[in-house]
Design a protein around this ligand. Structure first.
Ligand code: MN
Length: 181
């Protein structure tokens, strides 16, 4: 997506939000680096929680319609929104009246994340699994696309249920043999 949609919607003279610069795409990182996530509570016309994951030098973004949950099970609706610049992860403050997203933004949670697959690839497939290391959100979370494509597509966001602990069954060979009569 890049940052064009983000920059087109905003007036950076009036809004304190960062303009941001797109990073060169597809360049391998010289060193393995920690990827970040942030959730911003945004009191706009309607309150929502903007969930953002670092990928391809930008923040992939979703507007979650209710406060995210720290316990597994319950799904939250998440609407995909335009990519935001990486600098946005530190943004909090007030977007003035009349501007896009007018209202207050505060950082609700932030941290790093791990994933087995690059988020940009999982996004195309419509199923993202990330392990969040936040202050509030910790553990494995899933974003799954349920309708639409690209900006405004609808996803569900939820915490994975813990895997059932495996029963330990000792190998037959290691069981003491019964004495033959
Ligand atoms: Mn928002």
């Amino acid at each position: 997506m890049g940052l064009k949609a983000y920059q087109r919607k905003r007036d950076f003279v009036r809004s304190p939000e960062p303009r941001g610069k797109a990073r060169p795409r597809g360049k391998p990182q010289p060193h393995p680096k920690e990827l970040i996530f942030v959730i911003q509570e945004h009191h706009a016309r309607r309150v929502h929680w903007d969930f953002r994951l670092e990928a391809e030098g930008v923040l992939k973004s979703w507007a979650v319609t209710k406060e995210p949950l720290t316990a597994p099970g319950v799904h939250r609706l998440a609407i995909e929104t335009e990519d935001h610049p990486l600098e946005y992860a530190k943004f909090h403050g007030r977007i003035p009246e009349g501007e896009y997203g007018a209202g207050t933004v505060r950082i609700w949670d932030h941290g790093t994340y791990d994933s087995h697959h690059p988020v940009e690839e999982s996004m195309e497939l419509g199923a993202i699994k990330v392990f969040l290391h936040g202050r509030k959100l910790k553990g494995e979370y899933v974003l799954a696309r349920v309708a639409g494509e690209g900006a405004r597509s609808r996803w569900v966001f939820f915490k994975s249920k813990p895997k059932p602990a495996r029963l330990k069954i000792p190998a037959i060979a290691s069981l003491p043999r019964k004495r033959r009569r």
